[in-house]
Design a protein around this ligand. Structure first.
Ligand SMILES: Nc1nc2c(c(=O)[nH]1)N[C@H]1C(S)=C(S)[C@@H](COP(=O)(O)OP(=O)(O)OC[C@H]3O[C@@H](n4cnc5c(=O)[nH]c(N)nc54)[C@H](O)[C@@H]3O)O[C@H]1N2
Ligand SMILES: Nc1nc2c(c(=O)[nH]1)N[C@H]1C(S)=C(S)[C@@H](COP(=O)(O)OP(=O)(O)OC[C@H]3O[C@@H](n4cnc5c(=O)[nH]c(N)nc54)[C@H](O)[C@@H]3O)O[C@H]1N2
Ligand SMILES: [Mo]
Length: 773
């Protein structure tokens, strides 16, 4: 049995090779190399990869995985009518996510015909009329779900939410609900703003950077350049991650010729802690406890006095927390936690970053509040080189939210919109992803419109989600590529092909630019440079405007006809003028865009202004949760344990060759996995205790109340450096295991990083060489 071999560093020449492999496969080599030189530069387009900010440095401004995202979008392959004639939807359902997207760009509007079970071509007018007929026939606007994925531009998002609200609903489930929702909820309560407080430059000024639950080597490779530069400058980097991710240990910058040619790399983390899944709250509490006990002079008393409330309660809660509980939960010793505390206490400027390892648990909101507590106690917020930095996923997910894609908009935002357009806005809270799917499942909602994304594969409880989506009387998918969400159909459905970020967008007034906001609240313009795949691909903004125009024209209520949607479509700067009037920070929007690299949206907490109820930053004083799960789940787990079944906590995570549900390839280079995705990472000692061998196939079953069995099969065991009792496997293959109602407290985010499971040898078990197959 060959053992997996992990590389000893991330980045380097392998990254360059891997990026160019994808460029070659796109069959548009020349134009994609041209594309890569324009990415993230003024006059070029924003990388559709992640939400990390742009830096001035280097000749090229893209990373390996950004290059993959661009080449994947900008492919020569196209899906035509002939393809859809060959394949029924039932047949397509049997194909993998990789195969579906690999077929190429969608190039004409298609309508599902339930009789033939095939998609057939339709005209744009025909498609818009079908949507109009469905929308004007609903009993209540709240029966329509308007989903958004985080690539949509600010202009498209603003128009989409405006249309949805004028139509009469706040049903805006979006990918944020499955992603950083907990960060928004927690930060809003504790510091008064649901966004990060730092800018990219702060990373170069920090003395210490704590990276919690995040794998930037794969998911934010441009962050690695910042961490590398920081580490080289003497900044202490502390990684807190369930797994020892290679990039957080050693990284060679593909942008630095010297590291590329000499094979040298930079050491990133000074300290690397590997707590058990979902126990970061306890770990952060341990850091705070050490500081209170050992380094009390480092506490920023004047900051606490001037800017915060409820510190005493917090100290009480910290003092009451027992070390035994912290050590037992995290699996990390008091001494190791003290090392982290010492770095925190003795650094003048500290940044903490985090991503999905922190946000996709039951207790995520409380965990992020605890991290905020630590920064408040140390005055590590609202000053240069310090602060809180949730690192967003999709390239414009933060912008979507700023534009009003939010199922629970503030009253002040709704009032502003009402006043601006002289149209009443709906006040009732709308649906998030979980409640939208439940409403579709229970037939309380009947129409689903998706502005991008792949809800069918991204959402939890795959079978439930499939049934929910398939029951829609109309399923509309505005997309660039074919995916599973197009196949969840039984009645009417439409595939509406749209332009991607890399493509030229020409409207009535000429070529258009769009805008996006990165994870540091920088807003800037983006304009594609490639020719669209087909004359029938419309911009997202155009599609939304056409729908809004058609639907609202038919309304009996004259007041709803005031907005000239098609004029807005013809000239996006008119949409930006509307945004300037509705949304704080966008005054003179069109003017400000002319500034090099765009402009920064003011962040109140970064300026030490606290828009909380009390007007001060607020300490929370929760006890550390006694379990990752609810009492009910704990009881079920106890019943399994009584039957001598070993229960594990499973996290679902991304491989190096994927962008969410888009699978570019079958390797996960940094974890030593080749040509496969159905693997389960497990601690060797756990496996041996269960008499399971490496390469053996297993089934994984999740533990949840009710009669539904959630099980996936044929996953190959890979022995890995992972805490005992924890296992890991890729998303979206693991989504069938996440129950629809297993969500984070107050965030409603699926608990994709802590799923209680049991593992059993698959029947007819075969041991497979994990390297070759
Ligand atoms: N190439 C590429 N780039 C992407 C994406 C992509 O799929 N591919 N997706 C984009 C999106 S939408 C997002 S949200 C981001 C996601 O970016 P990440 O959050 O980095 O994505 P995940 O792969 O889910 O990684 C979670 C990390 O957290 C660790 N972890 C899991 N649970 C815990 C825990 O309980 N505690 C701690 N301390 N660590 C834990 C895992 O070991 C893993 O390293 O990336 C964005 N960028
Ligand atoms: N188990 C588990 N589940 C998870 C996660 C996890 O870690 N574990 N992560 C969650 C997270 S963080 C997120 S953000 C969600 C992601 O959920 P989504 O954002 O819904 O999913 P994506 O895979 O990013 O969407 C890919 C599709 O978007 C379309 N697309 C690509 N570019 C464009 C464009 O420019 N415009 C339009 N209109 N369409 C485009 C393509 O058709 C492509 O097939 O998944 C969540 N689900
Ligand atoms: Mo995300």
């Amino acid at each position: 049995m060959a053992k997996i071999k992990k590389p000893n560093k991330a980045g380097g020449m392998h990254s360059v090779n891997s990026a160019f492999k994808q460029v070659l496969q796109s069959k548009r080599v020349k134009s994609n190399i041209k594309n890569l030189l324009k990415v993230n530069k003024d006059g070029g387009f924003d990388c559709p990869g992640c939400a990390w900010g742009d830096s001035e440095e280097g000749f090229v401004h893209f990373c390996e995985n950004g290059a993959k995202a661009i080449a994947w979008e900008s492919t020569e392959r196209k899906l035509t009518n002939a393809f859809f004639q060959q394949h029924t939807v039932s047949k397509l359902k049997k194909q993998s996510d990789y195969w579906l997207e690999y077929q190429g760009r969608l190039s004409q509007p298609m309508r599902y015909n339930a009789k033939t079970d095939k998609y057939e071509p339709t005209s744009w007018d025909g498609a818009i009329t079908l949507i109009k007929n469905h929308l004007i026939a609903v009993e209540s606007p709240d029966q329509v779900e308007f989903y958004t994925s985080g690539r949509a531009s600010n202009e498209a998002s603003y128009l989409y939410q405006l249309f949805g609200r004028v139509f009469g609903t706040n049903n805006f489930p979006d990918c944020s609900n499955m992603c950083h929702e907990a960060s928004g909820v927690a930060l809003k309560e504790s510091i008064g703003v649901g966004k990060g407080t730092v800018v990219l430059d702060d990373f170069y000024k920090a003395d210490a950077i704590f990276v919690f639950g995040q794998n930037p080597g794969t998911n934010h490779p441009r962050m690695m350049s910042a961490l590398r530069k920081a580490a080289k400058g003497g900044c202490k980097i502390v990684s807190i991650n369930n797994l020892k991710e290679i990039a957080l240990q050693k990284f060679a910058s593909p942008q630095q010729p010297l590291e590329l040619l000499t094979g040298k790399s930079t050491s990133i983390s000074q300290l690397y802690l590997t707590p058990k899944l979902g126990t970061d709250f306890a770990l952060i509490r341990g850091i705070a406890k050490t500081i209170i006990d050992k380094f009390p002079n480092a506490i920023d008393k004047s900051f606490i006095e001037a800017h915060t409330i409820a510190f005493e309660n917090y100290v009480k809660a910290v003092k009451q927390t027992e070390w035994s509980q912290i050590e037992e939960q995290t699996g990390v010793s008091k001494a190791r936690i003290a090392e982290a505390a010492e770095i925190f206490a003795h650094s003048e400027k500290v940044i903490s970053t985090w991503a999905m390892g922190i946000t996709q648990h039951k207790h995520s909101v409380a965990t992020i509040k605890e991290l905020s507590n630590l920064h408040l106690m140390m005055g590590q917020i609202g000053k240069e080189g310090a602060g809180l930095s949730p690192v967003r996923g999709h390239s414009n997910v933060q912008g979507n939210r700023t534009m009003g894609i939010n199922e629970k908009p503030s009253l002040s935002f709704l009032n502003k919109l009402s006043a601006q357009f002289d149209i009443p806005m709906p006040q009732k809270m709308g649906h998030n992803v979980q409640s939208a799917l439940t409403a579709l499942y229970e037939k309380r909602s009947s129409i689903l419109i998706c502005l991008g994304g792949n809800l069918a594969a991204a959402a939890p409880d795959t079978q439930y989600t499939a049934e929910a989506m398939s029951q829609a009387k109309l399923n509309v998918q505005i997309s660039t590529k074919l995916n599973r969400s197009h196949l969840m159909v039984s009645k009417d459905a439409l595939i509406l092909p749209c332009l991607g970020r890399t493509e030229i967008d020409i409207q009535g007034s000429g070529p258009q630019q769009i805008t996006v906001e990165d994870t540091f609240s920088m807003v800037h313009a983006s304009a594609g440079t490639s020719a669209p795949p087909s004359e029938y691909c419309l911009s997202e903004t155009d599609i939304i405007a056409r729908i809004a125009n058609a639907v609202l024209k038919e309304c009996a209520d004259q007041s709803l006809k005031k907005i000239d949607w098609l004029a807005l479509r013809d000239d996006y700067s008119l949409i930006r003028n509307l945004i300037a009037n509705s949304i704080d920070g966008f005054v003179d929007f069109n003017q400000k865009l002319k500034q090099k690299h765009g402009f920064h949206l003011a962040n109140s907490a970064a300026n030490r202004q606290w828009n909380t109820q009390s007007g001060k930053a607020t300490f929370s004083a929760c006890d550390i949760p006694s379990s990752l799960y609810s009492e009910q789940t704990d009881n079920l787990i106890a019943a399994y344990t009584a039957k001598k079944e070993q229960v594990f906590t499973l996290q679902s995570l991304r491989s190096h060759d994927q962008y969410n549900t888009t699978i570019y390839g079958m390797d996960d280079r940094y974890r030593g996995i080749k040509n496969q995705r159905k693997v389960l990472f497990i601690n060797e000692n756990d496996a041996k205790k269960m008499h399971l061998q490496e390469g053996q196939r297993v089934e994984i079953e999740s533990i949840w109340e009710g009669n539904t069995t959630r099980k996936i099969n044929d996953f190959k065991l890979v022995f890995y450096d992972i805490p005992r009792g924890n296992v890991a496997a890729y998303y979206p293959e693991t989504n069938p295991l996440v129950p629809i109602n297993s969500v984070g407290d107050h965030s409603y985010t699926p608990t994709s990083k802590s799923i209680p499971v049991v593992i059993r040898a698959s029947l007819n078990t075969k041991i497979i060489d994990i390297i070759t197959n």
